[in-house]
Design a protein around this ligand. Structure first.
Ligand SMILES: *Cc1c(COP(=O)(O)O)cnc(C)c1O
Length: 440
């Protein structure tokens, strides 16, 4: 490793595996930042319209979505008792109102991956069907759920590399459409996730190494087969846009609660980050709507802060956490990623507010806290989000961020949204096991 990198104070702190906060020095006013990003609101419109076209098909394939007319969306839930619990338990002050965006409850995939993952599979499906002439854009897309169409899709393959949840999302959705699916699972993936996929008829290939290796192998195997589409978590623009649609839906939910986001009413989002696609896409969608009035922080495990490392060094996917002596190992399987997406890191350079890192043991504490106070279960990876509102006014660096952005006096009117990224599909016995993990 180059000396200049190892002497970077941020890298030193990351390498020591201590909990820390980082404020992005490259953040720019949205007016300027937006001109540097190649994607625009039009791209999000297009993704949203596509999800709408597919809604009759989704409703038919996944009856659990019928009461939402085939739109896969999660509730925005106030969590005042959790807020109080965090303040009391950790001697913190969380000014403003705390909410949980419950992507843990999303239909079909039970995680935020239901957004990007399913979107990419649908987009690919639309392309194949339009090309083959079995679909026109004006058609009712529920015709794609017919036995003839399933037969057509059976000729095609979908592959993906995953630490677990992306595999579940792609696997369950693709298998329902008719594709032959292969999920390349990293060593961190939990057993129940592999079992569940196999029960859906998905081929699961297991690796003894980490996520990057699973992705590399999956990509190779897929690229060698002209009938196979690889869902590329590290580079996919489609995944990213599927996640970005979340902000549009969130805006409506805030409006329903008479919450406005403006200069005097700042919005804070705290999103657990793995390779970066999900939090990056949500961030882009949120910036496109609220510009400088929304402040986004990612949260990563102390042993796998790949996005933070990539952004702080400017090296993005050219550096991995192992390069600075970290293990990349964490109980937070959804965040067990050593090397970030270069594409996402580049987009985040001028828009992300900052990041926090968290030790695994706190994930279980926050998980139990939420369960006990609000009767909501989310998986350990998701719980990383709570580190954000809890620490925002504790670290000197983030306090200074608030000061510099004239937010200090507005925090009573702030809305904090922790992104609950997964949980619904976790079996009962595994939940119990999580409940008993890291009990001191
Ligand atoms: C995948 C995942 C994340 C992070 O998403 P990335 O796109 O990998 O950054 C966070 N939480 C959970 C539960 C996940 O499954």
């Amino acid at each position: 490793m180059k000396k200049s990198i190892s002497e970077n104070p941020v890298v030193k702190e990351i390498a020591a595996a201590r909990q820390t906060a980082w404020v992005n020095p490259g953040k720019k006013p949205w007016k300027e930042a937006s001109t540097e990003i190649l994607l625009t609101g039009k791209d999000i419109d297009d993704a949203e319209a596509r999800l709408h076209r597919f809604s009759p098909f989704i409703a038919k394939c996944f009856p659990e979505t019928a009461d939402q007319n085939g739109i896969i969306e999660s509730p925005l839930t106030p969590v005042p008792v959790m807020q109080k619990y965090l303040e009391e338990q950790y001697h913190a002050v969380i000014r403003g109102k705390l909410f949980l965006k419950q992507d843990n409850a999303l239909a079909v995939a039970g995680s935020v991956k239901a957004r990007g993952g399913i979107y990419e599979v649908l987009k690919h499906t639309e392309e194949l069907a339009l090309d083959a002439g079995i679909l026109k854009k004006e058609d009712d897309y529920s015709t794609l759920a017919s036995e003839q169409c399933r037969e057509f899709f059976r000729k095609y393959k979908i592959q993906v590399g995953s630490t677990g949840n992306l595999g579940l999302s792609i696997g369950i959705a693709s298998a329902a459409i008719g594709y032959e699916v292969t999920v390349h699972m990293s060593a961190d993936a939990r057993q129940w996730k592999k079992d569940m996929l196999r029960s859906h008829g998905v081929r699961v290939v297991e690796y003894e190494s980490d996520y990057s290796e699973a992705v590399r192998n999956g990509r190779q195997e897929s690229d060698a087969d002209p009938f196979s589409h690889f869902v590329d978590d590290e580079n996919s623009r489609d995944l990213f846009l599927g996640y970005a649609v979340a902000a549009r839906r969130l805006k409506r939910q805030l409006a329903e609660r008479n919450i406005s986001v403006n200069e005097d009413h700042p919005l804070f989002l705290y999103i657990p980050c793995g390779v970066g696609g999900a939090p990056g896409g949500v961030t882009f969608g949120a910036k496109e709507l609220w510009g400088d009035y929304v402040h986004v922080f990612f949260v990563e495990p102390v042993q796998a802060p790949c996005m933070l490392l990539g952004m702080a060094t400017g090296l993005h996917n050219k550096i991995c956490v192992q390069d600075v002596g970290l293990t990349g190992l964490t109980h937070a399987d959804g965040l067990a990623v050593g090397r970030p997406s270069g594409f996402v890191g580049k987009v985040m350079e001028s828009v992300l507010s900052g990041a926090f890192t968290v030790e695994d043991k706190w994930l279980y504490e926050y998980m139990r806290g939420l369960w006990d106070t609000e009767d909501i279960f989310i998986e350990p990876s998701s719980c990383a989000a709570f580190e954000g509102p809890l620490r925002l006014e504790q670290y000197a660096k983030t306090r200074e961020y608030l000061e510099r952005n004239n937010l200090t006096d507005k925090m009573e009117q702030a809305v904090h949204i922790t992104w609950g990224t997964g949980g619904r599909l976790v079996p009962g016995d595994v939940r119990e096991e999580y409940r008993n993990t890291y009990l001191d």
